[in-house]
Design a protein around this ligand. Structure first.
Ligand code: 5GP
Ligand code: ZN
Length: 114
């Protein structure tokens, strides 16, 4: 999957619409199209990395921002008090479908494992 075809790269470039909840230089957050919780957003680095094995390609500041933005969008959505889950599906057995690293931020209901 090249960056030209990657669906999340295309969202980051504005070629595909998404319900954006946070946008800054290197990090974007948008609502998941198939939400599994009352609040379900995805936080991505705008630079394409497929998974955690490639995270070394990102500047440390961007890795940190992914988590700060996860917290910020949860706060904005009003789910911080009740709590929320931040999840990365990494690879086939975890059910990763889009091979552009992303954090799921889910809240607004009781969430368990897995
Ligand atoms: P994964 O299983 O890779 O961790 O999660 C991929 C997520 O991306 C899924 O929850 C799926 O609903 C979401 N998704 C896939 N395609 C699109 C899209 O075009 N737009 C948005 N907003 N979400 C998408
Ligand atoms: Zn990508």
């Amino acid at each position: 999957m090249s960056e030209a075809d990657c669906i999340f790269c295309r969202i980051a470039r504005g070629e595909i619409d998404a319900e954006v909840v946070h946008d800054e230089d290197d990090v974007l957050a948008f609502k998941d199209i198939n939400s599994k919780a009352p609040f379900h957003a995805l936080v991505i680095p705008k630079e394409h990395v497929a998974n955690l094995e490639e995270i070394g390609a990102l500047p440390d500041t961007v890795v940190k921002r992914l988590f700060e933005v996860a917290s910020a969008v949860a706060e904005k959505a009003g789910v911080t008090e009740g709590g929320y889950a931040v999840r990365i599906n990494n690879g086939r057995d975890a059910g990763q479908e889009v091979f552009h690293l992303h954090l799921h931020v889910m809240g607004g209901k009781r969430l368990g494992m897995p």
